[in-house]
Design a protein. Structure first.
Length: 243
């Protein structure tokens, strides 16, 4: 079921409030807004409410045998990538960036925000279908600007199918395969990236993929491999060495 509202502060916030009130929210249901007045992204960033864009949230109910919840961000990214690829099949250079962004070249097309409440995880996804916000710290792009006219409702229907399939596979033990599929769509191994570390400041290295738990790996200049459990990875130029 897809529930659509004209305007709401935040679709994630609304579902978290419903969970907090004791409401049972079923997997596969989505709350989608025409506009958000207080949408947010990771690290407290504001989320653009551009009309015509996709702004929606859903819930995943955690089970005892599930993989680590942190891997859901990658599963959601994979579903969003597949939905975009289906509706814009000739789009070039569409890549996943750890942990939760979808890029075209170096410009952000989509983002994902996960928020947990007990044994439920609210997954919010925003995709620039019709317009892209002007951000001071990163380039952005919309499908419309790239020549692809995708309606919000068409995208919502496609994403709901892709997300449900990916989460079902995640529940039933296919995380290793989902991880490989994510890697095949991610920034190439060897891409020069930077990470902002709370204690050491900015660290620059080569993207080394993700480990079995979905943790990003960074190869440093001295050959050491560092595990990145939190933070944002940003591309440094457009260098990739393959591998």
């Amino acid at each position: 079921m897809i529930e659509t509202v004209a305007e709401i502060p935040s679709t994630n916030g609304a579902l978290l409030a419903r969970l907090g009130g004791g409401e049972c929210l079923n997997e596969g249901n989505w709350l989608i807004a025409d506009r958000q007045s207080a949408g947010r992204g990771r690290a407290g960033r504001a989320w653009s409410d551009g009309y015509g864009n996709f702004m929606g949230s859903t819930v995943v109910q955690l089970r005892s045998n599930d993989p680590l919840p942190q891997t859901l961000a990658l599963v959601a990214g994979l579903a969003a990538h597949e939905a975009v690829s289906t509706l814009a099949p000739t789009l070039q250079n569409l890549r996943l960036k750890w942990p939760n962004d979808l890029l075209v070249d170096e410009a952000k097309l989509a983002g994902i925000l996960l928020e947990r409440h007990g044994d439920a995880v609210v997954v919010g996804i925003g995709v620039n279908l019709a317009q892209a916000p002007d951000l001071a710290d990163r380039a952005t792009v919309s499908l419309s600007a790239l020549g692809f006219q995708v309606s919000r409702d068409d995208f919502a229907a496609e994403l709901a199918v892709r997300f449900r399939d990916a989460v079902d596979r995640w529940h039933f033990g296919e995380w290793p395969l989902l991880r490989q599929q994510w890697l095949a769509r991610a920034l190439p191994t060897g891409t020069l990236v930077s990470v902002k570390d709370r204690d050491q400041g900015t660290i620059i290295g080569a993207f080394g993929g993700i480990d079995d738990d979905g943790v990003a790996l960074l190869r440093l200049a001295d050959g050491a491999v560092r595990a990145i459990h939190a933070g944002d990875i940003d591309m440094v130029g457009s260098h990739a060495s393959g591998g």
